[in-house]
Design a binder for this molecule. Sequence first.
Ligand code: NDP
Ligand code: MG
Length: 383
Amino acid sequence: MKKIAILGATGSIGTQTLEVISQYPDMFELYAITGNDNWQLLAQQARQYQPEVVCVANESNYLPLKEALSDMPVKVYAGMESIAQMVQMSTIDMVVTAMVGYAGLLPTIKAIEAGKDIALANKETLVVAGELICELADKYKVKILPVDSEHSAIFQCLTGEQLNPIEKIYLTASGGPFRTFSYEELKHVTAAQALRHPNWTMGAKITIDSASMMNKGFEVIEAKWLFGLNAQQIEVLVHPQSIVHSMVQFADGAVKAQLGTPDMRLPILYALTYPRRMQTNYERVDFLKISSLTFEAPDTKRFRNLAFAFEAMERGGNAPCVLNAANEVVVKAFLQGKIGFLQMSDIIEDTMQQTEFLSSPSYEDYVQCDAMARRMAQQLIEK
Ligand code: NDP
Ligand code: MG
């Protein structure tokens, strides 16, 4: 039995992970779940799935959560400090990092330091501090198993290829809801439009990141760290059907791809059971119903965030941390209707230009740099 903790159980990946785990009761035991604002759902999940520990990041939700679970034997905690301690409990084997944003960094570090394998959905962790995370994973001999569908695809293609170096990878991107919009049209798109992703149902932040292509930019950086690649080895292809989840090309020119319907349960399950594949009843690909699989180059003139991500990756140091912090601030402002879609990229660019470069940041440097870039992006929004 693998004992699992899910950080961000109340979100899109979190709820799907709970569903996956409950389908294989002989393989998994749910030890802990966390949430942030949605304490009602967290309480309901605690009742349904019976973990030993429940932790809510937002401390103001502690009392209502505790009250809602007062008739249950479950332990209830609150605050980020508690989550950081909880992931280190000796009973946990694997931590699923499904919380959104920079908040995922500290608990992921703590979990690695305690020797827990990580099923990594929280891509911001690798974007902000990929170098540090990889060093720690090496030092504490923990596995980082990708949940992101593209990285899971690459990981699956690499099975059995340990001796064969990667020549390059192709990261596929749906192109999001605005793939065919002109630059002029992008000036006027709303958050409501951006939240309607054509192929995937996800949390609000990653859905906006998908519409702006920042998500793909983050995935480029995530791939660099997970698979030890440089920028020249990573090519993004817009593939609107979202059937080919990504591809690997080897030295002999052979290309391996992983295909499937857009369903996050499969990459979640694979991360939890790797190297085993489990029987599922998930929808199969019906090749006769797919009229075509198409691929096109991304347009970094309309979707500048992708270019910023490549730039931040090449600069290294704290540049991706600044990119992430500025992005979190602008996405929030865009969702609140305070800035337009294209302004998000303008503010990210200005923030990146105005922050001091640090070539090898420590954890404390990342914390400071994140706070400083957020302040700067916020000031630019209010200007
Ligand atoms: P959601 O917004 O649906 O869920 C986010 C989760 O994080 C919720 O449980 C939320 O709690 C919790 N949370 C939010 N803010 C904080 C905070 N400050 N501190 C602690 N917990 C917090 O996001 P997704 O599930 O869509 O995405 C989660 C992560 O997985 C992201 O990093 C995303 O990029 C990545 N990912 C998601 C995919 C998807 O298909 N959804 C695909 C690939 C990667 P609450 O709801 O209680 O407030
Ligand atoms: Mg993805």
